[in-house]
Design a protein around this ligand. Structure first.
Ligand code: URA
Length: 233
């Protein structure tokens, strides 16, 4: 949003008074003095007045959780099941899951109140890569099945884009895709004759699940959010 509006929303001064403050050279963006009230900024820009950081009008947060099996990736559930939002400590207003993991899937899931970011990260046109570690039935996985997954397989809603596939063991694959169709990885594996028995997301763009404990949640740092924002095309 415009710098003057950002200051006004952040409680610094009225819109008009904020324009004055900006013209007086008291405002920095990322450490540099900016005198243009129309400069486009957001919470990641690092806006300060007289050297004091301004918090955005809307305090945007992004949490990463290690989703356990049995939790649904929705903010509301009509069946009263456990929800991923239940894993977030404190109250942060409405948080929405960024994309979904099936109820029986585990792994890295993001939740945010930043609609722009959620859109950027889930819309297929931005091609943010996600990596899934899957254990499949009918071990060992044949080279032909791996090749088919790499090239793209035909599903009832169309052919999948080429995927990166690494065989970790005779029954475990790491599959990286940048689409996000419903049950996509399970359907891909099923299509090549290896139904999935467990699925965990281990990477989302630049973020790794690493050794995060199952059920744990933490807010991303500003630097992590910035890297996320830049991920994708
Ligand atoms: N693909 C699936 O099939 N399930 C998930 O939970 C995520 C990706």
């Amino acid at each position: 949003m415009r710098l003057a509006k950002y200051l006004a929303h952040g409680g610094v001064a009225s819109r008009r008074a904020s324009e004055e403050i900006i013209r007086e050279g008291r405002v920095t963006v990322g450490g540099e003095i900016v005198t243009d009230p129309a400069r486009d900024v957001d919470d990641a820009s690092g806006v300060a007045v007289d050297g004091v950081a301004v918090r955005g009008a809307e305090h945007r947060v992004v949490f990463v959780v290690h989703k356990p099996a049995g939790y649904v990736s929705t903010a509301k559930d009509t069946h009263d099941r456990r929800k991923v939002t239940d894993l977030i400590p404190g109250s942060h207003g409405r948080l929405y899951p960024v994309g979904r993991l099936d109820a029986d899937s585990t792994g890295l899931l993001l939740l945010t109140n930043d609609g722009d970011l959620a859109h950027r990260l889930t819309h297929p046109s931005f091609e943010v890569p996600k990596t899934y570690r899957v254990k499949v039935a009918k071990s060992p996985i044949s080279q032909r099945a791996v090749e088919r997954l790499r090239q793209g397989v035909r599903l009832d809603d169309g052919r999948t884009a080429p995927a990166r596939v690494v065989r970790v063991s005779p029954s475990v694959l790491e599959i990286t895709i940048h689409e996000g169709r419903k049950h996509q990885v399970k359907r891909m594996c099923e299509a090549v004759g290896h139904p999935v028995t467990s699925l965990q997301r281990i990477r989302f763009g630049p973020l790794e699940l690493g050794d995060m404990a199952v059920g744990a949640a933490r807010p991303l740092t500003g630097a992590e959010v910035e890297r996320l924002r830049r991920s994708g095309v």
